[in-house]
Design a protein around this ligand. Structure first.
Ligand SMILES: [Cu+2]
Length: 113
């Protein structure tokens, strides 16, 4: 019985009011996104960041290939360096991202309910 009470208390304290803005950064490389899979809370702003001039490689972009129902598809500009692209993800579900210049360059974002 005591164990149940303790578990309940832990659950309550593990759910504090969350910060107003949440962010997660994805780095672009040749030819990958890092990390390749992420799980975030609803309302998180994802920032995709291209490499700096000294690490510049091929041209890449960020395209939402598929996402939860009702989410507008998006696509960044193609760039090789010194660029970033942001999207706030407000709908729970699976977002599949692909670089339109490199079909094997993919990543997945899971947005929690
Ligand atoms: Cu690419």
């Amino acid at each position: 019985m005591r164990g149940v009470l303790v578990a309940g208390a832990v659950l309550l304290s593990a759910a504090p009011a969350t910060a107003a803005t949440k962010g997660r950064t994805i780095e672009l490389g040749d030819t990958y996104y890092s990390p390749k899979t992420v799980t975030v809370d609803r309302g998180t702003t994802i920032t995709w960041r291209w490499p700096g001039f000294d690490e510049a490689g091929d041209v890449h972009d960020v395209k939402l290939k598929s996402g939860p129902k009702g989410v507008k598809r998006f696509r960044s500009e193609p760039a090789s360096t010194d660029y970033s692209f942001k999207r706030k993800l407000t709908v729970a579900g699976i977002y599949r991202i692909v670089c339109t210049l490199h079909e094997e360059m993919r990543m997945t974002i899971r947005v929690r309910r």
